[in-house]
Ligand binder design. Structure first.
Ligand SMILES: *[C@@H]1O[C@H](CO)[C@@H](O)[C@H](O)[C@H]1NC(C)=O
Ligand SMILES: *[C@@H]1O[C@H](CO)[C@@H](O)[C@H](O)[C@H]1NC(C)=O
Ligand SMILES: *[C@@H]1O[C@H](CO)[C@@H](O)[C@H](O)[C@H]1NC(C)=O
Length: 399
């Protein structure tokens, strides 16, 4: 540039040189302006590219998934190569329409545990697109810690009701699970824990084991005393941890087997309400569930001094039976279309009526089929391999 100017000056008059100088300056200004604009455009493109690469699952779909994570704990951005559990593809067929979901991680039965964090992470990624709450039944095989670890790594919006599954004649399983739950609470804190449920169908098993029915009779009182001691012990364990938030202690049982004495000791009750076993039709199932739950659980609980909050712990419809004899309950078949009928009649109505429920269940459980046969292993929305059954998930956001 400088050299060219020298040359121009030497070959023309002063006025001409000034003109050249003006136009040169103009050109220089435009070059500077163009360069600045160019740099700004490049910066903007880079920022937009960065935004989309790091907010991959956080778009306008709003149905769950990555809650806005933009890098790992070291501040580096992480590609969606499966190494970061908080970055995962959303399934457009799923909607957060379920108040809660019943869930047992695959391989969580003693003595052959076999569950894995990898599988639980997969489940929590899927479950987080359906609900913000899961309930566990027991604590064996480290399932409490696995689920809390999976929630931590996926960073999803999820609360878990931990479970302790005691049995009538031996307090060892209760104590073992209490200690596992304690360790999980110490490790993960209370942020994602909505409650600890002590007992699952304990009274049902205790009473039927002795050939009686009445949870408030003499034998019922004996069973209740065992459960109440465990509930009190769990509450003391939780109090001793001085966690950042209060964790309620509850109890879960079959809908007709709640002991008033037990309910008086808990903050919530979870009731299994199964139209299938009441032999309703698929069409009649949802109205039956609402009525049964209200009459047998909600209204009686409201009369107790502590007014425990009542949830439906399990409700659903099986999609097949492993034997022909159980393929129909007298009202309707166990089938995928009938599961759809039940979902369509139950889910959105429960949501708008503020019925808290845990849909039964997330996926088919092969161990249950092997152990019990019939319809027991076939209640999943998903098959055992985590593929969605041929159903349509309703789109009505759960409360
Ligand atoms: C929302 O989900 C649909 C279906 O999966 C997908 O095609 C679309 O790109 C998604 N939009 C955003 C903004 O993520
Ligand atoms: C499971 O339990 C053990 C010991 O009880 C613990 O050290 C481990 O980290 C737990 N959590 C997971 C997610 O495996
Ligand atoms: C439902 O039908 C089965 C088979 O007929 C029967 O054993 C069972 O008692 C019935 N249950 C109810 C609640 O009516």
């Amino acid at each position: 540039m400088e050299e060219k100017y020298q040359h121009l000056e030497g070959s023309g008059g002063m006025a001409q040189a000034l003109e050249k100088e003006k136009s040169r300056r103009k050109r220089s200004i435009w070059i500077v302006v163009a360069s600045v604009v160019g740099i700004l455009v490049l910066v903007a493109v880079a920022v937009i590219a960065w935004y989309f690469s790091t907010h991959k699952n956080n778009g306008s779909n709003g149905s769950g998934g990555n809650p806005g994570k933009s890098g790992d704990s070291t501040g580096n951005n992480t590609p969606n190569d499966g190494s970061d559990p908080s970055i995962f593809e959303l399934d457009s067929r799923l909607h957060k329409s379920f108040y809660g979901m019943a869930y047992t991680p695959e391989g969580s039965q003693l003595p052959n545990c076999g569950n894995s964090l990898e599988n639980v992470i997969k489940d929590i990624q899927i479950l987080s697109q359906l609900t913000t709450r899961v309930r566990l039944y027991g604590a064996d095989c480290n399932q409490s810690a696995l689920v809390l670890e999976a929630i931590k790594q996926t960073k999803v919006d999820m609360q878990v009701f931990l479970g302790n599954y005691p049995i009538p004649d031996d307090n060892t399983p209760y104590e073992r699970q209490r200690d596992i739950i304690k360790e999980a609470l110490q490790t993960y804190g209370a942020d994602h824990v909505a409650g600890v449920t002590v007992g699952n169908e304990f009274m049902l098993n205790y009473l039927t084991g002795q050939g009686v029915q009445d949870p408030n009779g003499i034998i019922g009182q004996q069973g209740a005393a065992i459960l109440k001691a465990n509930i009190e012990d769990t509450r003391q364990m939780i109090d001793g941890l001085q966690l950042s938030k209060h964790i309620p202690v509850g109890n879960s049982d079959a809908g007709s087997f709640f002991s008033n004495s037990v309910l008086t000791d808990v903050e919530y009750g979870m009731s299994n309400v199964h139209a299938w076993f009441a032999n309703t039709t698929a069409e009649g199932a949802a109205p039956w569930v609402f009525q049964f739950f209200d009459e047998n659980n909600v209204q009686p609980a409201a009369l107790l001094p502590n007014k425990p909050k009542m949830y439906i712990a399990e409700t659903g419809w099986p999609t097949k039976s492993s034997d022909a004899g159980n393929a129909n309950n007298g009202g309707s078949d166990a089938s995928v279309p009938n599961l759809q009928v039940f979902i369509d009649n139950f889910v959105c109505q429960a949501n708008s009526n503020n019925v808290g429920y845990f849909f039964f269940e997330y996926f088919d459980e092969q161990w249950k089929d092997a152990m019990f046969g019939g319809v027991e292993g076939w209640w999943g929305l998903f098959n055992a391999d985590r593929t969605l059954k041929d159903i349509t998930i309703p789109d009505c956001p759960a409360p």
